[in-house]
Design a protein around this ligand. Structure first.
Ligand SMILES: Nc1ncnc2c1ncn2[C@@H]1O[C@H](COP(=O)(O)OP(=O)(O)OP(=O)(O)O)[C@@H](O)[C@H]1O
Length: 598
């Protein structure tokens, strides 16, 4: 249960709601125990006065006696109603404080987990499944809420009720109390175990349901492949099998649920019978009054739910502890890439230097960069070419400080990148990734992601520079067109260019384009490069590519191979080397490969 201690800070932050909630619970219970006491008084009054009433039957006082007695009964009736209303009112306030508190804690915990995810390194996201991360922030947080709200509410109610009622019962007759309460622990235990079985079955149903959802989702996304391979029937059979497993589990849960109520009723019945039987004997022996017996029967009924909830609360707490442990597991992971204690902020001009850098991906052990040295002066344009898997994208990740190299230094304008604030580094570099990602939002907002304060005119200019404005104006709602599942479907080339516009609008000093023109045709590519040439005039640009852009006068071209620089120089210098670059150029010229962009 120590996992749940992590939630104490939230209780502290919500202490007034908690204190008031507990106070309202106590008040509500005090009002509720008046009812059995008054019932006892009515019964005793009745028993006592009935004989007197019979004696008066021949006198004229009978009518007056009845009227008086009716008034007393009415007084009791109204009082019971009043106390029930007051108890109900405080019960309402109890829920308004404790359940509201649990919703606040749920909100704060969810935000804490989300904020933590945002701070974690890329490595964390590579090592954990998205579904796992999502379930910890949704289902696990919901289970924890059951502890911080309902479990506390039921537990405090149970505790107060049991203490007060058992005290009152003992006052009347300790022996009868013992007999009456004896079946109740059994009830709590039964509920606990039945609840565990129900929970286990519900969990299975939940995972089968998510399996069904993902099968359906995959088949909708891959419908073109399914149809073209005529796999509709196989796909339906796959879905049916998953549905059947879900149906069987649901029926099994319904059976357990159906048993639950009768078992409860049996236990309650047993307690009441025991009370009436033993209590009746006690009345005959003159140890207690008939009123006490009636009072006891009400107490037993009042104790049923608290004992029932002991089992429920115990399993709620167990589940919450398991969930909180899963949440803590992630919250305890600290990002490796953080600001150094003495981190500084610098206005970068665009100088980039890598000194003997070696980098191995921590979770796979693949060495992607080996003893790498490179110097780029501010304002230089550099092309990075190389076979697939040669480490080009990894180089970009190191410049953005998504990872720290195990050896060597990455420097920006002479500052070790680890000595600069992370936000300072990433704020001055624009990166266009290889696998473009656009959010489900409007085109304009997707571009604005690079500069949230940008007005429409600036957005339009960036789109024009990325040579995508014409395409956007062709959409039904122009820049306000929604992208994503429910919006317009963009071509790969359009996505790439919107992603470039997003990088340009940021207006940084250093830009890294990671093979981001692979999906556009040669003519469009030429236009973009023409536009970029003007835009990049005073900026440092690193263009990772598989194609040779001979139009673009790069200050330097590097050819990478297995994480090292294999060739380095200008276009002409590299051609004269007669190496990989010259070979690629020749291949592109002859049309064996994609054409050289000219
Ligand atoms: N996130 C990662 N985790 C583990 N290994 C990785 C990761 N990204 C890349 N690698 C590995 O590092 C090596 C270099 O990959 P990288 O993506 O840098 O190559 P690349 O030259 O950009 O390739 P491409 O031209 O296909 O994009 C490859 O062997 C690759 O499998």
């Amino acid at each position: 249960m120590k996992q749940l201690a992590a939630l104490n800070k939230y209780f502290l932050a919500n202490k007034w709601r908690l204190i008031l909630g507990l106070l309202f619970t106590a008040i509500s219970i005090v009002f509720s125990v008046f009812q059995p006491i008054m019932v006892r008084q009515i019964f005793d009054l009745l028993a006592h006065n009935l004989d007197e009433y019979r004696l008066l039957s021949d006198t004229g006082l009978k009518g007056a006696f009845r009227a008086d007695f009716s008034r007393v009964l009415a007084f009791y009736g109204i009082s019971i109603l009043l106390f029930a209303l007051l108890s109900g009112f405080f019960l309402f306030l109890q829920r308004q404080t404790l359940i509201v508190m649990s919703r606040h804690i749920e909100y704060e915990l969810k935000n804490e987990v989300y904020r933590h995810y945002q701070r974690l390194d890329l490595n964390f996201f590579k090592m954990h499944r998205t579904g796992d991360m999502m379930s910890r922030i949704t289902e696990d947080v919901s289970r924890v809420r059951m502890y911080v709200g309902p479990a506390i509410m039921y537990a405090s109610r149970t505790l107060f009720l049991i203490v007060i009622i058992v005290y009152l019962m003992i006052q009347v007759n300790p022996l009868l109390t013992l007999y009456t309460l004896s079946p109740l622990p059994l009830l709590a235990l039964t509920i606990y175990y039945v609840n565990k079985i129900i929970h286990r079955k519900s969990e299975r149903i939940q995972s089968q349901l998510s399996n069904i959802t993902s099968i359906a989702q995959e088949s909708y996304s891959g419908i073109r492949v399914i149809k073209s391979y005529i796999q509709e029937d196989a796909s339906a059979a796959h879905f049916e099998a998953a549905s059947e497993a879900y149906k069987d589990s649901s029926i099994s849960l319904a059976k357990t649920d159906a048993l639950f109520q009768p078992v409860m009723a049996l236990m309650i019945g047993l307690s009441v019978i025991m009370t009436v039987f033993i209590g009746g004997l006690q009345v005959i022996q003159g140890n207690i009054t008939v009123g006490n017996l009636a009072e006891f029967v009400i107490y037993v009924n009042m104790l049923m739910f608290p004992f029932f909830s002991i089992g429920m609360v115990a399993s709620m707490i167990q589940r919450a502890a398991a969930s909180q442990q899963r949440i803590n597991e992630f919250l305890r992971i600290a990002p490796d890439i953080t600001d150094a204690p003495d981190a500084r902020t610098a206005a970068l001009k665009g100088g980039v230097q890598l000194q003997n850098v070696s980098f191995t991906y921590p979770h796979t052990g693949i060495t992607a960069i080996r003893h790498f040295n490179l110097r780029i002066e501010p304002g230089q344009k550099v092309a990075v070419i190389g076979r697939t898997g040669s480490g080009k994208s990894t180089l970009a990740q190191l410049l953005l400080r998504m990872y720290d190299p195990q050896e060597g230094k990455v420097m920006l304008d002479g500052h070790d990148i680890r000595q600069l604030h992370l936000a300072n580094v990433r704020g001055q570099i624009s990166y266009v990734p290889q696998d473009v990602y656009l959010f489900s939002d409007t085109v304009a907002n997707n571009i604005r992601f690079g500069d949230p304060a940008a007005d429409l005119k600036t957005v339009q200019t960036a789109a024009r520079q990325a040579y995508v404005e014409k395409d956007i104006l062709g959409f039904s709602e122009g820049f306000e067109t929604e992208i994503g599942e429910r919006g317009v479907t963009l071509s790969g080339g359009q996505k790439q260019r919107i992603s470039i516009a997003r990088a340009l609008i940021k207006n940084p000093d250093i830009l890294i384009f990671d093979d981001c023109l692979s999906a556009v045709d040669a003519r469009t590519e030429k236009e973009i490069i023409g536009n970029l040439y003007a835009y990049l005039k005073s900026k440092t640009a690193i263009i990772i590519t598989h194609r040779i852009f001979s139009l673009f006068a790069f200050d330097k071209i590097i050819v990478m191979d297995e994480g090292r620089i294999a060739e380095e120089g200008t276009h002409d210098e590299l051609l004269s080397l007669n190496g990989y670059y010259a070979e690629l150029y020749a291949r592109q010229q002859s049309g064996d490969d994609e054409g050289v962009t000219e």
